[in-house]
Design a protein around this ligand. Sequence first.
Ligand code: NAD
Length: 477
Amino acid sequence: MYPDVSLHINGQWTKGAEGKTEPVMNPATGEKIGSFACATKPDLDMALQAADDGFKVWKKTPADTRYKTLRKAADIIRSRADDIAKIMVQEQGKPLMEAKGETLLAGDIMDWFGEEARRTYGRVIPARGENIYQLVVKEPVGPVAAFTPWNFPINQAVRKVSAAIAAGCSIILKGPEDTPASCAELVKCYIEAGVPQGVLQLVYGNPAEISSYLIPHPVIRKITFTGSTPVGKQLASLAGLHMKRITMELGGHAPAIVFEDANVDQAVKVLFANKHRNAGQVCVAPTRFLVHEKVYGDFVQKYTESAKKLKVGDGLDKDTRMGPLVGPRRVDAMEAIVSDAVQKGAKIEAGGKRIGNKGSFFEPTVLTNINHDMKIMHEEPFGPLSPIMPFTSFDKVVEEANRLPYGLAAYAYTSSAKTAAAIGAAFESGMVSINHHGLALPEVPFGGVKDSGYGSEGGSEAIESYLNTKFISQLGL
Ligand code: NAD
């Protein structure tokens, strides 16, 4: 069963002022499975008023209560993981095991931010005069507007909502229209855990209309967005114009370097698995495979074998290891990138085309004979495409790894501690993982540099961007 999705405003689930709805499609079948309510201006005005009122209540709520509320929400989501995962698969397409993993991880993220709520410490600065107390205190920044995408309908939202709630902020979440129901199930967990009326609103609709209305609005004090770099730049410039705090988690084009002394089997296994998770629709997916010429042939052969064997299908089928892309527009994008690469000389080692004519399936695709004229070496592919290029020297591969304006994730495989240390230092990237895939846990920083954005959505850095620093100098009487 797939639930129709309502908006959540001021403690009420509502169909919206105009009763407007849009369909939700199952990407595995191409069929309509339900609908979601669309917010229009009167709904957004109500959401803004509620967020303003909710903030006044929540900022005064003790940190210990915020902690306990988030802990309770974590227990609720864990207890519902099986049901929520099934909903997610129907709207998003990923295999059931991945959807359940994402849902369970949301519990860990809620726990982490709940605990962070109790650690928003200030400090006392020694004064220059007697009887003066110089205090630094942390206060919630205010009502937040958050915009989250469809690739991880729960994971992208839970980080923002939990950080805001932990800090004492209220929030208006504009969830992902492609995958609205699992995000709404997440919101229910917070509400049932006791998040008061007005603190958390959920809206859907026309993303550009909603963001251009919420971002400049005086009630909103902070913007947080996850999505593509071009959209992120538009939203960041609007936020800048209105002097709003911003966190931006944007696109990437992650280099994955395999040095000549790497364990090639291990590199193939881990990189292949992480490339094809969520059908490659992951901002930290490895996307530029740079393999030392001495192990290039071996790597290409083993990687290609894995691609040919990968079981692609409906995410609800227990044998499926890769589901469909989120919709036809992403299949079109894959076709355009592959055809551009082939025209410019790429060789297709595996895949290269859509699968069947039902749903949005695309073959795991391995490309060699790659050059820099190809779009795939500039634009984030965001799908199951793996371009593999040979390299000859450390300096050349570092130059290639850092060539693009992106800087989100970067990977390397080597058995040399010296090379590992050197490449870790050389990557221009917000996150680096060497000899394994170790990113995106709640307790570690998550964020990019350069065009991949700024701010962190994990680790102890994450709550900081929801807090203001206030200095109080007090002369004792
Ligand atoms: P898109 O650029 O149309 O949308 C990306 C996301 O941004 C969606 O969630 C969309 O609702 C939102 N969005 C778009 N315009 C907006 C606006 N004016 N205001 C507020 N939100 C807005 O592309 P798409 O077809 O949905 O996805 C493809 C591209 O998006 C990918 O190539 C990838 O680069 C990027 N993407 C990145 C992430 C990520 O985790 N960083 C997630 C999803 C999509």
